[in-house]
Write a protein that binds this ligand. Structure first.
Ligand SMILES: NC(=O)C1=CN([C@@H]2O[C@H](COP(=O)(O)OP(=O)(O)OC[C@H]3O[C@@H](n4cnc5c(N)ncnc54)[C@H](O)[C@@H]3O)[C@@H](O)[C@H]2O)C=CC1
Ligand SMILES: N[C@@H](CC=O)C(=O)O
Ligand code: NA
Length: 438
């Protein structure tokens, strides 16, 4: 039997993901050592409370509340505490000591990524983060390595399991957003503060990470346009179904050229209508999927569990094996490539299609007046469906108009919607949704 040298692995945090990482590493350590060509010795697990309940039984002698001492002398440090501090401090401490670091901390990477990658590069260490986006789904390494020779044009991602679960429940069972969120929380998909999910913060962090990686450009979290699903109603979900769409919270990362000819990057998160026959429409429950359009590879889709302690632990252990193999081979880590440094384009320069639902007066001349408003703002109407909702209880008959547009800019659309809202023939603008994936 070959005697391997041991690599010292420190784990920070033993919550949902950390406890599963420790349990799997203890169970499969000898086999992973064969895959790596070196032993993987879990030297300790930093926790806040030695006696806390955990999702896996962990040897008491490995637990410590002294993260600093644990980091010293480790070859690889796995950070699964979450939050910005002290996670950032611990990662910097580990990198500065020459250790490789593995993290699933999307909030930290989206906020302090450049500082952490710079620290790793300075000492020739590497920061691995497969778990940070779409949990178990391999998406970071495919972008980092497999697609490194291609040009990524666009990413459409369902990267938040909680909101996908909520929208799917509303679509399939008619549950309200509040009812579906309660179930998502019970199932353990939601963040401790579920507004991070519902309001799109979590998806925006993941969009910043994906866009930075795909376009070789630092994409700051503040530059990611973010809209959540809090305002989505059951009526909108049902109307979408009738029109042949599903509503999905999408993270969209795009390399594009704006109307002035500037090539840049857009990263944005919002609920959008996706055609019912698009592959993303078939992503149900808490699952995630990332759809990539690349110049040479064409369309690719990555699908699976975007959350869950055990599932996410798989991504962390994949990073551990990769990091350990690099230690065996030797040489510096591979720096993040940010050479393109493309400008971040504002939301106003984005063009997409829209579906606008209006409650209007049901009387002659209304359609012509509405068509004029679209024309005035340069927004071209592609489809128009009218249903009459008048009844004996109505004093003035009203109709519902569902208008689909051709591609239009955000600024033209905003101006059109403002004019519609002010028009005397429009009772209310019921809903404005973007249409993606056509
Ligand atoms: N749970 C999931 O499905 C996924 C989680 N992630 C990320 O993985 C990381 C861990 O997530 P979870 O395990 O779900 O979180 P968690 O909240 O279940 O676990 C974090 C653990 O770290 C401990 N901790 C916090 N501060 C500490 C400190 N200063 N010293 C020692 N221990 C400390 C906490 O007591 C807790 O046990 C987060 O960054 C999260 O965003 C990423 C993908 C999916
Ligand atoms: N709350 C997140 C967990 C994983 O990142 C989600 O719902 O996707
Ligand atoms: Na992943």
């Amino acid at each position: 039997m070959i005697e391997y040298r041991n690599l010292r692995v420190a784990l920070l945090g033993a919550g949902n993901v950390g406890a599963q990482v420790a349990a799997l590493l203890l169970e499969h350590g000898p086999e992973l050592a064969e895959r790596v060509g070196a032993g993987l010795e879990l030297v300790g697990i930093a926790v806040r409370d030695l006696d806390a309940e955990r999702t896996a039984d962990l040897p008491r002698e490995l637990l410590t509340t002294d993260a600093d001492s644990l980091i010293l002398g480790s070859d690889i440090v796995i950070e699964l505490m979450g939050g910005l501090e002290p996670a950032r401090e611990h990662i910097l401490q580990a990198l500065n000591s020459g250790a490789d670091v593995i993290t699933g901390n999307k909030a930290l990477l989206a906020t302090h990524g450049p500082e952490l990658f710079e620290a790793a590069e300075q000492v020739g260490a590497q920061l691995y983060y497969e778990a940070a986006v779409a949990g178990a789904i391999p998406i970071i390494r495919p972008l980092h390595d497999s697609l490194a020779g291609d040009q990524v044009k666009r990413i459409l991602g369902i990267v938040n399991g909680t909101t996908n679960f909520i929208l799917d429940r509303m679509h399939t069972t008619g549950a309200t957003l509040e009812e579906a969120l309660a179930t998502a929380t019970e199932l353990g998909f939601a963040e401790t503060d579920p507004t991070a999910d519902v309001d799109g913060f979590d998806a925006a962090q993941k969009a910043a990470i994906l866009a930075s990686l795909a376009f070789h450009t630092v994409v700051p979290l503040e530059s990611v346009h973010r809209e959540g699903i809090a305002a989505i109603t059951l009526e909108q979900v049902e109307a979408a179904t009738r029109a042949g769409y599903v509503i999905k919270l999408l993270a969209i990362c795009e390399r594009l050229t704006d109307a002035e000819g500037t090539e840049g990057v857009s990263a944005r998160v919002y609920p959008a209508l996706v055609p019912a026959d698009h592959p993303l429409a078939a992503v149900h429950g808490g699952k995630n999927a990332v759809f990539i359009e690349a110049e040479a590879a064409g369309d690719l889709m990555f699908y699976g569990a975007g959350a869950g302690g055990l599932e996410t632990a798989s991504a962390v252990l994949g990073d551990l094996v990769t990091a350990a193999r690099r230690h065996v081979i030797g040489g510096p880590g591979i720096a993040e490539s940010r050479h393109a440094s493309l400008p971040i384009l504002p939301m106003s320069s984005i063009t997409t299609r829209y579906q606008i639902t209006l409650a209007v007066l049901d009387q002659p001349g209304v359609l012509a007046e509405i068509a004029d408003l679209f024309r005035e703002h340069g927004v071209s109407v592609e489809t128009l469906v009218q249903s009459v909702a008048s009844g004996p209880e109505h004093t003035a008959p009203t109709a519902t108009l569902v208008i689909g547009t051709h591609e239009a800019s955000e600024s033209s659309l905003a101006a059109t919607v403002a004019s519609l809202a002010a028009s005397h023939v429009v009772e209310s603008v019921v809903s404005v949704l973007r249409v993606e994936g056509l």
